[in-house]
Design a protein. Structure first.
Lengths: 104, 87
């Protein structure tokens, strides 16, 4: 399968998914760590992809989303942002609401 | 090195006609960690009329687009606050 199709399938199949450096338990980057913590704090299950363990995704995700950095957080197939936006949504109390609606 | 990078970033971001633009070099917080050598860590506060009516994803994309290849060559990590004049 083409890599962009594979990514498309991942973000469609998982209502909430984070592409991050490392894993939620063993993050390899401060930005990925903070974004994953915000998702965990919402108490909604989410999928993750460790981009450091999948070079094809590491290289191609930026062009899939026209977004050059990691982490990237997708809700219902849409990029909601990276670390800054996710933390901002979390602080405003909007993140939990978005995630809850996504998994209904 | 760091000041050169900030100057380059400011030149690129002039495209967004910022009313306020503050760039902070956070690289010293990350010295020695993986990837820290291929570019600096920066925080950016930018205020522009061009963000009016744009959501956060669109605003951040505008910043990334303006920075262009600096994202690959000079910047390892970038924290962005993109505001409209009224925010």
């Amino acid at each position: 399968m083409d890599i962009l199709e594979r990514i498309k399938e991942q973000v469609t199949a998982n209502p909430v998914i984070i592409y991050m450096k490392g894993t939620p338990k063993m993050p390899q980057c401060g930005f990925s760590s903070r974004a994953a913590q915000a998702l965990q704090a919402c108490g909604i299950p989410f999928a993750y992809v460790n981009v450091l363990a999948d070079e094809e995704i590491l290289v191609n995700l930026p062009r899939f989303a026209n977004w050059p950095t990691f982490p990237q957080i997708y809700v219902k197939g849409e990029l909601i942002g990276g670390c800054d936006i996710t933390l901002e949504l979390h602080q405003k109390g909007e993140l939990k609401q978005m995630l809850e609606q996504a998994v209904v | 090195m760091s000041e050169q990078r900030i100057t380059l970033m400011k030149e690129k971001l002039a495209l967004l006609q910022p009313l306020q633009l503050e760039i902070t070099d956070d690289s010293h917080h990350h010295a020695g960690h993986a990837g820290a050598d291929n570019g600096g860590h920066f925080s950016l506060l930018i205020k522009s009329d061009q963000f009016v009516g744009k959501n956060l994803v669109q605003r951040h994309r505008m910043v990334y687009d303006a920075l262009g290849d600096l994202m690959q060559t000079q910047i390892h990590a970038l924290s962005i606050r993109a505001l409209t004049p009224n925010e």
